[in-house]
Design a protein around this ligand. Structure first.
Ligand code: CMC
Length: 443
């Protein structure tokens, strides 16, 4: 197939097509408006390829996810998160020497600028850690400005971002519980360093249990990239204006925070807690999810791309059982989650719409077992997604097809009209005393 034909009214137009390495077909519509004056309408971009990318491949029908060609199952079970970060950003897994240098460099860059530590004092105690993370990353561009053409500096800032994100995350937790910061250590893995910074105190060392280190390592890998999702597209959108790395990634953090995206892991556990408080009556909530008027959705269910199963959810369900088993704990929320999954998967509403548990359905239960507070769940997602955001930002910078992102719209507002009467053109010097409040004016 080399061309696609579009008939619009009396006119026929031809557009070139091309294929990806996994044989996906794309119709190149870049000349559509120029040729015909029409545009495509695709809210949510469900059918729109915004770029060519060599980072991550997903086949949503078959439940396949691969980073740079490697199946997620292999990486999640056998790789270290920092090696996967290297793979995503530079295209290949590091050899032993490269890995040691990379790991050392990430640790070296993991200290937060001393002046930035003062910021933590000025957030209200109720501040959400995602907000703190986004703000801190945004402010890194003031502390570490770089020349957009200086590849060496860009590389250094990539390592700073990867190294510091876990430190900022752990420090925001320490601040929220009123404990002193614990600094990262060179001889710890990425996951173990994060856990130690969260749970050690100056009085008591935290010996990181291997089962928890492995679980966090796997969780970070599973979240590391997911091609053109909402937050990654945000990073690319902001980056298309040539904004700096920190500005783009902090925008990604804020996009991730929403409950339909990364915020779903927090929303899942809150939903399970709600069901638990309601006598574990999960069937009632299945019915509510099916009733469009209820405004209730089964959080952690459904995905724009996966229409068979989410391979990440499969790995996490197994991991949740293992972690709780080794810790010798039970969690009533895990039982409710399994019941919900079982009932939903045999219910026509969910079957017809191809709604399956997604990555967020079981991840929160593992975080809970580790002792991570609910508000930190999405922060963990952000730490994991960092290499993906960076990889896409780098790929976009070097992509000669990249243009500033500037979608079109179909205007559906008023046609041209004109002002009548004598509206006030000028502001009065002083607002008259009896001016009605906005709430009293009916529009
Ligand atoms: N519970 C009940 N009904 C649902 C759900 C759900 N979780 N998800 C989708 N539906 C229904 C929806 O009402 C619609 O029904 P109908 O065709 O009758 O109008 C149909 O399924 C298609 O839904 P959609 O909202 O058009 O699908 P989408 O591709 O735009 O949205 C989604 C995908 C993930 C936002 C959505 O499934 C959802 O809101 N899920 C719950 C939130 C969630 O778990 N988000 C995490 C996503 S995975 C992590 C990540 O990568 O961000």
């Amino acid at each position: 197939m080399t061309h696609a034909r579009l008939i619009l009214g009396e006119q026929e137009y031809e557009f070139p097509t091309f294929q990806g390495t996994e044989d996906e077909v794309a119709v190149d519509m870049t000349k559509l408006r120029g040729k015909s004056g029409a545009i495509t309408y695709d809210p949510g971009y469900a059918n729109t390829g915004s770029c060519k990318s060599a980072i991550t491949y997903i086949d949503g029908e078959k439940g396949i996810l691969r980073y740079r060609g490697y199946p997620i199952e292999e990486l999640a079970q056998h790789a270290m998160f920092s090696a996967v970060a290297y793979l995503l950003i530079y295209g290949e897994l590091p050899d032993e020497k490269q890995f040691l240098v990379w790991r050392e460099e990430l640790t070296r860059q993991s200290l937060v600028h001393e002046s930035m530590l003062k910021f933590f004092d000025h957030f209200p105690p109720t501040a959400h850690p995602m907000n703190i993370l986004g703000s801190m990353i945004s402010s890194m561009s003031s502390f570490y400005p770089y020349d957009a053409e200086d590849e060496e500096k860009i590389n250094l800032n990539i390592m700073r971002l990867l190294g510091q994100v876990k430190t900022i995350a752990a420090f925001s937790y320490k601040k929220s519980v009123g404990q002193p910061f614990i600094y990262p250590r060179a001889n710890y893995s990425y996951a173990a360093n994060f856990l130690r910074m969260m749970f050690a105190t100056p009085q008591e060392e935290y010996v990181v249990p291997p089962i928890l280190e492995n679980a966090v390592n796997m969780l970070l890998i599973i979240h590391a990239d997911h091609e053109q999702n909402c937050s990654t597209s945000t990073v690319r959108m902001v980056g298309s204006s040539r904004a700096n790395l920190y500005a783009c990634v902090s925008a990604g953090v804020n996009a991730l925070w929403g409950p339909l995206h990364g915020g779903a892991n927090q929303a899942v556990v809150e939903m399970l807690e709600r069901i638990h408080r309601d006598g574990a009556n999960y069937k009632k909530y299945i019915e509510m999810a099916k009733d469009k008027d209820s405004g209730f959705r089964l959080m952690g269910f459904g995905h724009r791309v996966y229409k068979n199963f989410d391979p990440r959810a499969k790995l996490l369900k197994k991991a949740a059982d293992e972690v709780l088993g080794v810790l010798g704990r039970t969690d009533p929320l895990l039982d409710i989650a399994k019941h919900l999954e079982e009932v939903a998967l045999s219910d026509d509403f969910f079957i017809e719409r191809k709604l399956y548990p997604n990555v967020d359905f079981y991840s929160g239960l593992i975080y809970r077992a580790i002792g991570i507070p609910t508000e930190m769940f999405t922060v963990l997602f952000a730490i994991g997604r960092m290499p993906g955001w960076i990889a896409h930002w780098c790929e976009m910078r070097n992509d000669e097809d990249n243009k500033i992102h500037r979608p079109r719209q179909i205007y559906v507002g008023m046609n041209e009209r004109h002002m009548t009467g004598l509206p006030p053109h000028t502001e009065p010097a002083q607002i008259p005393k009896n001016t009605p409040k906005l709430a009293q004016v009916s529009v």
